[in-house]
Design a protein around this ligand. Structure first.
Ligand SMILES: Nc1nc2c(ncn2[C@@H]2O[C@H](COP(=O)(O)OP(=O)(O)OP(=O)(O)O)[C@@H](O)[C@H]2O)c(=O)[nH]1
Ligand SMILES: [Mg+2]
Length: 289
């Protein structure tokens, strides 16, 4: 991205506190469940969290699978597995999350479980810290595993503010953690993609830049989705697309011209919420930089 673009930086105080507390609490856990967004499995890796989790065994969960392009998600899982990672792609609201996560944790921790059972223990408790960027679905995963609403969830980043243990079954205890970002984005593209996934607060965004990026990408990768959703043919530039949308949807300003601002903010919301269709912002088969 060019140099003169506005920086998207959002690092509220509770994230500094969460990071410090996670560094302390990591010693208490057997493993980490690291959530990434299935639509952007690279941009949603938090290097700070990777540092905190160190060598702990890790289960990678690509969350919000239902919003991503299924074929692309399958390729990401294949790639992660061929890199030796244990990874699952999930719709945390609909899949059988409880069984899938418990089984994966038991499998990852099978040596500890076998040792405990050999010592005569009926239940060998597995302790896992659930980590990930804001709004990726950490608290939802915990609720789905425990089949009850134990943790607060909402569709905006920064909902969970404190670390807390939630015993989800006789065998598994999960630690909910606040979503954490990193203090400075060196790569603007990462920040934009995280904004499109809803992991950066909306009011710190230069929204027109984000939508520009999205429309450029969609016209290359998913032109049919754009045409179908908005009934437009001219995909030659983001401006042409926005003008087409504003015109078709009769988003007009007081002089009767297409209202770009209205069209941009509406588009942002629709793209982010998956109304346009199933979209993956990153693919394993391309140079994602
Ligand atoms: N479609 C879909 N929505 C999901 C999925 N997982 C979570 N969500 C939604 O995403 C939003 C954020 O979920 P949370 O569980 O609060 O996310 P979090 O990672 O705990 O967020 P913070 O506590 O803010 O860091 C909620 O509206 C969830 O319903 C999923 O797999 N698919
Ligand atoms: Mg949460």
């Amino acid at each position: 991205m060019s140099e003169n673009k506005t920086n998207i930086n959002w690092y509220p105080g509770h994230m500094t506190k969460a990071r410090r507390e996670m560094e302390e609490k990591i010693k208490l856990v057997d493993m980490v469940i690291e959530l990434r967004d299935a639509r952007a499995p690279l941009s949603s890796i938090n290097p700070v969290l990777a540092e905190i989790s160190g060598n702990k065994p890790k289960l990678i969960v690509l969350a919000k699978k239902d919003k991503a392009d299924n074929e692309v998600t399958t390729s990401w899982i294949k790639q992660l597995e061929s890199d030796g990672c244990k990874a699952l792609a999930l719709d945390l609201l609909k899949d059988n999350v409880s069984k899938l996560i418990s089984d994966a944790c038991l499998d990852l921790m099978k040596e500890k479980v076998a040792k405990g059972k050999a010592r005569g223990l009926k239940h060998v408790e597995i302790k896992a810290m659930v980590t990930g960027i804001p709004n990726v679905g950490k608290s939802t995963l915990i609720n789905s595993v425990s089949r009850r609403k134990r943790a607060k969830t909402a569709d905006h980043p920064g909902v969970t503010r404190n670390l807390s243990w939630i015993k989800v079954s006789p065998d598994v205890a999960l630690m909910d953690t606040p979503g954490v970002l990193w203090p400075k984005f060196d790569d603007q593209k990462t920040a934009i993609i995280l904004a499109l996934c809803g992991s950066i607060k909306e009011d710190v965004l230069p929204i027109d830049e984000v939508v520009n990026y999205a429309l450029n990408y969609l016209s290359r990768q998913y032109p049919e989705l754009l045409k179908k959703r908005y009934g437009i043919e001219d995909l030659s530039s983001p401006d042409a697309i926005i003008a087409g949308i504003a015109d078709n949807r009769k988003l007009l300003d007081y002089e009767g011209d297409p209202d770009f601002d209205k069209a941009v903010s509406l588009r942002f919301r629709e793209i982010k919420n998956g109304v346009v269709g199933n979209i993956s912002w990153e693919r394993p088969d391309e140079d994602n930089k």
